[in-house]
Design a protein around this ligand. Structure first.
Ligand code: UDP
Ligand code: MG
Length: 312
């Protein structure tokens, strides 16, 4: 068992890995001095890269026994990569961080303090600001976090990064959640424990480019909501109930009007509007049901989260 494990998911990071490794090694050397971290391991997860990522990692592993890797048979996504790394890690403390140095490894020192000196189980990070991000993306991200806060019983922190330092107990708890649609931002608060938050200013990635498009982020957020809240299912019933009440009063109104004034101009336009409205409401509700049904479908297949092609 080593003292500290670094878990690093990599998808096409050939340009970033050398920078990351250099930085990580120097931070580990400092931690050996300051925090008595005697043994450590760096676990790279090659998430189906189609550039030289794996070759570079293998080269590092040849020269440094602390370097380990898991190479997936194809791209399974960052969540699966993180899971694989956490499961594989043996450290008393485990940190997850990106290969692009957007998660500054030098922060590990103060994060370790929180776990060793202040009895926290997890040191988590969040972005202090959203500067440098496109305005539209920031706007939708904020809306998403507000919606999450309303819908979920767990607290999903705005701007939370996947950069964390965790105790063994915490990691074991996270790994014990073996669900297929993994949404870390929800899984971490769900397992509980005591978490200390650190803020830091947003950094540009050291090299390469981000793998997230706006569309991917949108799908990811929908996934997050349906993975952690069943309230959208209730929404369908509530909307249905409201429209029944409204239509009941409308029927009473029409019947009374008919009795008092006879049959005035027939309301074709309003009829079409109502039919469209109710049709839309039904499709919307079926859509929500479908989201949950698809989750059950995926979970019952019980396929593995990832498949390993080679590892060391
Ligand atoms: N990543 C991964 N699999 C993927 C996409 C990304 O392992 O399918 C890794 C990527 O190599 C990086 C981290 O996850 O180390 C964060 O990705 P990225 O920098 O693209 O995201 P951002 O920092 O822009 O949120
Ligand atoms: Mg990044």
């Amino acid at each position: 068992m080593s003292d500290l494990s670094l878990v690093v998911p990599c998808k096409n990071e050939e340009e970033s890995i050398p920078f990351f490794y250099k930085e990580a090694v120097s931070v580990l050397a400092q931690l050996a001095e300051s925090h008595n971290i005697k043994s450590s391991e760096i676990i790279f997860i090659d998430d189906g890269s189609d550039d030289k990522t794996l070759e570079i990692i293998k080269e590092l592993a040849k020269n440094d026994i602390r370097v380990h890797y898991i190479s997936f048979s194809r791209n399974f996504g960052k969540e699966a990569a993180l899971y694989a790394g956490l499961k594989r890690s043996k450290g008393k403390f485990v940190a997850t961080l990106d290969a692009d140095l957007q998660d500054p490894p030098e922060m590990l020192s103060q994060m370790l303090d929180a776990l060793t000196k202040e009895s926290f189980d997890c040191a988590a990070t969040r972005r202090a600001t959203r500067s440098g991000e496109p305005v539209v993306r920031s706007f939708f991200a904020r809306c998403f976090y507000k919606l999450m806060a309303k819908l979920c019983d767990i607290e999903v922190v705005d701007g939370a990064r996947d950069f964390r330092l965790m105790s063994r107990k915490y990691v074991d708890a996270v790994v014990s959640l073996y669900e297929k649609s993994r949404f870390s931002k929800g899984i971490f608060p769900w397992v509980g424990f005591k978490t200390k938050w650190f803020s830091y200013d947003n950094r540009e990635r050291i090299a390469g480019k981000t793998k997230w498009s706006f569309y991917k982020l949108f799908l990811y957020s929908l996934d997050g909501i349906t993975a952690f809240s069943v309230k959208p299912l209730m929404l369908a019933s509530v909307l249905g109930f409201i429209s029944v009440i409204i239509s009941f009063f409308l029927i009473v109104f029409i019947v009374v009007r008919k009795i008092l004034f006879g049959d005035p101009v027939a309301g074709w336009a309003s009829m079409v509007c109502i039919i469209l409205f109710l049709g839309g409401l039904q499709l919307f509700s079926i859509g929500i049901l479908g989201q949950y049904l698809s989750k059950i479908y995926i979970e019952t297949k019980n396929r593995p989260l990832f498949i390993v092609r080679e590892e060391k």
